[in-house]
Ligand binder design. Structure first.
Ligand code: DAH
Length: 337
């Protein structure tokens, strides 16, 4: 009997590949390598073969055995995995419902606050989070020796400020630098709000975070007065916290406004804080030095400015006691809003 070794090798490969399940692969193994399989048959044939044939037949049988062994061993784990997957897929099991996500409470609060001011005619602007000392401090009339410039109070980057020799870039510590950037670009009358992230190297606790959000407001025109500032912020507080919110303007100091004030509010919507005055923002009339840094001619314009902390307002409004809640990504919390 003569054997076409090359054809058998091709058959082995085709049979192994055609096996879709483990049982079929086992049948292929039996067909070639079993006790009554083809390889055994070839060995048996050796007895009657001529010395010439013996050489090719012996080598051929060996080659086929090695090939079949290798191909089967290669395919086996593949089919085994398919079995596992098939067993794991229980089509009668209930599916996993994908719930629609919600906006983060901070995003919602920013949008809501911006919404109130947009309806009052303000336009949203954005400033960079990486700032220069000029915009973050100098242009805002914050003197060189002011403690807020210290590296304990501001994150400085390793990167040099390309616009000022020997100075480094920083992460803005408030949204106020946006005021000067906007004024350099636009002439009054203007009314903008600038929402965004701010950074301070504070030790993290229930009321401090190294990153939080502020919304800056700026309105510049001729003859803007402190009465406009009071009227505007009163309108905002009533709209946002309800008509019976009580407000007080408490004198304060900021280098970039004169006069300056902090606004406290009292409302019975704040759970557990009834009767308490709670600070929500800083504000004032734009300092002439700031106008000068913006390139406005002296004496021509007046303006009002304010800056509020978004986390603080969201915490008050929703009775959240710990600022870390916002960055913990706990779905049980996030889903409530
Ligand atoms: N930039 C101040 C801060 O981060 C907040 C602030 C106070 C902004 C008074 C203002 C302002 O625009 O007029 O604490």
């Amino acid at each position: 009997m003569s054997w076409d070794i090359e054809k058998i090798k091709n058959d082995v490969a085709a049979d192994v590949n055609a096996a879709e399940v483990l049982d079929a692969l086992e049948a292929v193994r039996v067909k070639y390598l079993g006790k009554k399989g083809l390889v055994q048959e070839m060995y048996a044939g050796l007895a009657t073969a001529s010395p010439e044939e013996k050489k090719t037949l012996g080598k051929g049988a060996n080659d086929i055995k090695v090939l079949a062994d290798a191909l089967i061993a290669q395919r086996k784990p593949l089919l085994a995995a398919t079995v596992k997957r098939a067993q794991a897929l229980d089509v009668t099991m209930p599916g996993v419902a994908r719930e629609p996500g919600t906006q983060h409470l901070i995003t919602q609060t920013i949008e809501e606050i911006c919404d109130v001011f947009e309806r009052l005619g303000f336009v949203i602007q954005r400033g960079p989070e990486v700032e220069t000392e000029f915009y973050n401090f100098t242009a805002l009339n914050i003197p060189l020796d002011h403690p807020s410039r210290d590296s304990f109070d501001t994150f400085y980057l390793d990167e040099k400020d390309p616009t000022a020799a020997g100075r480094y870039l920083l992460l803005r510590s408030h949204t106020s630098p946006g005021q000067v950037r906007v004024m350099q670009k636009h002439k009054p009358p203007l009314a903008v709000i600038i929402p965004g992230k701010v950074y301070r190297p504070d030790a993290v606790d229930a009321s401090h975070a190294f990153m939080f959000h502020q919304i800056e407001g700026l309105l510049v025109d001729k003859h803007v007065t402190f009465a406009d500032l009071k009227g505007l912020l009163t309108a905002f507080c009533k709209k946002f916290f309800g008509d019976d919110v009580k407000m007080r303007f408490r004198p304060h100091f900021f280098p970039f406004t004169e006069p300056s004030a902090e606004v406290d509010i009292q409302s019975n919507i704040f759970k557990g804080r009834a009767g308490k005055w709670l600070e929500i923002l800083g504000c004032g009339m734009v300092h002439p030095a700031v106008f000068a840094h913006a390139g406005y001619p002296p004496g021509e314009y007046s303006g009002l400015a304010f800056g509020l902390g978004v986390e603080r307002i969201a915490m008050l409004r929703h009775g959240i006691g710990d600022i870390r809640t916002f960055t913990e990504n706990d779905l049980r919390v996030l889903k409530q809003f």
